[in-house]
Design a protein around this ligand. Structure first.
Ligand code: ADP
Ligand code: ADP
Ligand code: ZN
Length: 209
């Protein structure tokens, strides 16, 4: 099954994608993770992407489409995948039509007010990509999975979060109508506990399997 996770920054896309991918044994394709890896490695793509990401802006469509085209051509994508964070614009969605056949788009719905506290409390493990929230860490500063030191993403600073929400509403939210029009959109209430959100997703995917 080829799945898209759509939703504002902080909606829980990454958190849920990790679990669902483990359960379905398909890869999680997070364009944010791919871009951050490119920045760490100092590649040409990373150099181009960094200033946009730090400012909470979207990286140009051509760069993302190239990344996703290359990634989906790899053999581990043959039995399905979750696209987490792509597409984020209508031109990206249109380009994807020429690359992949998408089965279902899950929209994780969370209100803006909740997003701010989710993102300001987000802590990530640069070593393994693990994602946590301070409210659940109980003072821990290292990763439960690999022991790496947790950090706060630069673009999770409050000023940048406001900008990312604006960018989401202007450039990404139109994809809700886009995929609704294609009969592929399924809404998920993302404002529940982790297990309840997961259960909704698996129920929808079960119906599609
Ligand atoms: P996204 O990938 O959509 O940007 P994340 O999965 O990184 O979102 O989650 C953003 C933050 O919110 C993280 O700190 C994560 O631990 C927390 N979070 C994710 N899902 C939930 C949930 N259902 N309830 C409360 N907090 C959540
Ligand atoms: P979040 O889910 O918290 O918004 P991501 O890790 O998905 O964060 O993305 C981080 C940043 O990477 C975005 O703010 C944007 O600059 C860039 N990015 C990721 N995916 C895309 C995309 N599909 N199109 C344009 N920019 C992207
Ligand atoms: Zn880790």
């Amino acid at each position: 099954m080829n799945i898209i996770f759509l939703g504002p920054p902080g909606a829980g896309k990454g958190t849920q994608a990790v679990r669902v991918c483990e359960a379905l044994k398909i890869p999680q394709i997070s364009t944010g993770d791919i871009l951050r890896a490119a920045i760490r490695e100092g590649t040409e793509t990373g150099l181009k992407a960094k200033s946009y990401m730090d400012a909470g802006q979207l990286v140009p469509d051509e760069i993302l489409v190239d990344i996703v085209r290359d990634r989906l051509a790899q053999s581990d994508c043959a039995n399905g995948y979750i696209l987490d964070g792509f597409p984020r614009t209508v031109p990206q969605a249109e380009a994807l039509e020429g690359i992949a056949r998408i089965d279902v788009v899950l929209e994780l719905q969370v209100e803006d007010e909740k997003i701010v506290s989710r993102l300001s409390g987000r802590r990530v493990c640069p070593a393994c990509g693990g994602t946590y929230h301070v409210s659940l860490l109980g003072g821990r500063t290292s990763c439960e999975k690999c022991g790496g030191e947790l950090i706060q993403r630069k673009d999770d600073a409050p000023e940048t979060v406001q900008n990312r929400l604006k960018v989401y509403h202007e450039q990404t939210q139109p994809l809700v109508d886009y995929y609704q029009g294609k009969g592929k959109l399924k809404a998920v209430d993302g404002d529940l506990g982790l297990d309840k959100v997961y259960a909704q997703i698996m129920e929808i995917l079960g119906a599609h399997a």
